[in-house]
Design a protein around this ligand. Structure first.
Ligand code: F6P
Length: 561
């Protein structure tokens, strides 16, 4: 149940949206609060026993994905009430406003149009009266032309050799999407082109990424929406030095560096020719940008045709989100079930558990997508909120995690709703493996939901003294997402499923899911401390802890020299 909590004091008057007229004042909200007291006492075991069709009827399909949400602590009435709440918050009109290109990112006064990145050529989406779809397709054609040149060897390095390694330098949304998708789609990638990523400012990240690479055969993609991000620009400058040192001439940069950005001026200042810049637009949020030029490294790896399949998968889910009735709308169903746990059960976290080795980076990708989007403490009008917003997202690939933290999921004192993601067919078929992988996914959902009772343990001959340790109480919720196989189109649909689910939750919570002001303070403070480390003097403005840490660091550096 959502309770008042100490909302941080903002600059604006503290007029919470929790009261009358706000989310918590809605009759639909009150109906859910009352309903919660009934549902919290129900068990999944009893719900399944009472309703033989539950497992097939609390399920929906769209864009090639099957969503089984029957193992959640809900009834059909819960879903009806949750969808009433979504309607009361205007989900359909807000969704349509996004697709129309309205400036729904209010704090940055921008449209939110990642959906335009995958719009078909004959669709019209206007920003300030100008159709952006032709620009999107021109940018895709620019990327495809370049990707093919790299893949065929038509593009040559400074000394005339073909490119064998592509290194994407970028962080956050300029890294997590391409890396996640590259890992997921490795079976579709050209094995003769190594693709690596540098995000962290730790020098080891750079050193590891270029280890064993020949500068003559290496292409760097400097990927940054703003082209001012400190970590990315420093790594890019280091890469340029590495390249010039190896190739002996500044002129080599032109053949070994391209840029992906919205900032033409900064790209030029870095010394990358406008012809080697791949554009996107300020109406694409970093964490929503995989379908833009930010996906260039991925396109080089898997080829333009497979990249188009990825975009088609995104589009499949966009179409589904726009057209499916709410009761069968996958992103809306997922979002509202998430709100049920977050705001009524008061659960704090949600686990992402893909049963696919290729999706090893999906949890990290979804951490940014969901937490940077919905980790907000004020509403659209800037008023502090009196209810919880985005949950903590975390996870690991399924089978690996079964041998680490699943113990807590099954027997810990916390309840963690889990998304279990799997595929009907393998892309890489190694005899027998896929059956065992998928059996584990199904078994875990079953174990979470139904547990193992003392009676069942006794019947299995477990001695009395052992029973309490072994009991799994069950009643732990999970949602199962099944795709046909982990190919580009399915991956696109899966990502868009989460994008639109995040959007839906943001609408219900009345927050701006497309800004990220919270990350700014740390950047400002880091700049101040960097200057102090360079001047070898901890500033007086810091607290005693920070000052002591800086001094300790400076002393260690002096000792090392
Ligand atoms: O600091 C957070 C952030 O702004 C993210 O939102 C973004 O994805 C990342 O930094 C990288 O930004 P850029 O693409 O401008 O380098």
């Amino acid at each position: 149940m959502d309770h008042d909590f100490d909302a941080p004091a903002g600059d604006k008057p503290p007029a919470s949206t929790g009261g009358v007229g706000g989310l918590r004042g809605l009759p639909e909200w009150h109906a859910l609060e009352n309903h919660f007291h009934v549902v919290e006492k129900l068990t999944l075991r009893a719900l399944f026993d009472a309703d033989p069709n539950r497992g097939t009827e609390l399920a929906a399909e769209g864009a090639g994905l099957y969503l089984d949400y029957s193992k959640n602590r809900i009834t059909r009435e819960t879903m009806r009430l949750l969808l009433d709440l979504a309607r009361a918050r205007g989900i359909e009109s807000r969704r349509d406003a996004m697709f129309r290109g309205e400036r729904i990112n209010v704090t940055e006064d921008r449209p939110v149009l990642h959906v335009a990145l995958r719009a078909p050529e004959d669709m019209r989406i206007a920003v300030d009266g100008a159709d952006v779809v032709p620009e999107v397709h021109a940018a895709l054609a620019h990327m495809a032309d370049f990707a093919e040149k790299i893949r065929t060897g038509a593009w040559r390095g400074y000394t005339g050799k073909r490119i064998r390694a592509v290194v994407n330098i970028g962080i956050g949304g300029s890294y997590l999407g391409p890396e996640m998708a590259y890992q997921a789609l490795r079976p579709f990638a050209d094995p003769d082109i190594a693709v690596r990523f540098i995000a962290n400012i730790d020098g080891e990240a750079f050193a590891t990424a270029v280890a064993g690479l020949n500068a003559e055969e290496t292409l760097f993609i400097v990927c940054s929406k703003t082209f001012t991000t400190q970590e990315t620009m420093m790594n890019a400058r280091t890469a340029r030095r590495w390249c010039v040192a190896a190739l002996g001439n500044d002129a080599a940069v032109a053949a070994h560096f391209v840029a992906v950005s919205t900032n033409v001026a900064e790209v030029a200042r870095f010394g990358i020719d406008a012809a080697h810049m791949f554009v996107f637009w300020d109406w694409v949020g970093g964490r929503y940008s995989l379908g833009s030029a930010v996906g260039l490294s991925l396109m080089i790896a898997i080829g333009p045709q497979q990249f188009m399949q990825l975009l088609i998968g995104f589009r499949d889910m966009d179409d589904h989100f726009r057209s499916a009735p709410l009761a069968r709308n996958l992103p809306v169903l997922m979002a509202m079930i998430g709100i049920w746990y977050n705001n009524f059960f008061g659960l704090e976290t949600q686990a992402i558990l893909p049963y696919a080795h290729g999706l090893m980076r999906l949890p990290a990708y979804l951490e940014q997508l969901q937490m940077e989007s919905n980790g907000k403490h004020v509403d659209l009008a800037g008023r502090p909120l009196s209810y919880q917003t985005g949950p903590i997202i975390w996870g690991e690939p399924g089978v690996d995690a079964q041998h680490s933290f699943y113990q807590l999921l099954h027997q810990g004192t916390k309840i963690v709703p889990c998304d279990l993601i799997g595929f009907l067919r393998p892309v890489v078929d190694v005899a027998g493996h896929h059956d065992i992988l998928t059996a584990n996914l199904f078994a875990q959902a079953e174990a979470l939901a139904f547990g193992r009772s003392p009676e069942a343990l006794a019947a299995d001959g477990v001695p009395d003294g052992q029973i309490s340790y072994r009991v799994c109480v069950g009643n732990r919720p999970s949602t199962i997402i099944l795709g046909e196989r982990l190919d580009p189109r399915t991956l696109g649909a899966l990502i868009a499923l989460y994008e639109h689910s995040v959007f839906t939750q943001g609408v219900v919570w009345d927050i701006d899911s497309f800004d990220q002001w919270g990350v700014e303070l740390g950047k400002v403070l880091a700049r101040r401390i960097i200057a102090e480390l360079q001047n070898q003097e901890a500033g007086e403005a810091h607290d005693s802890s920070t000052r002591a840490l800086i001094r300790r660091y400076l002393a260690a550096r002096t000792r090392a020299h």
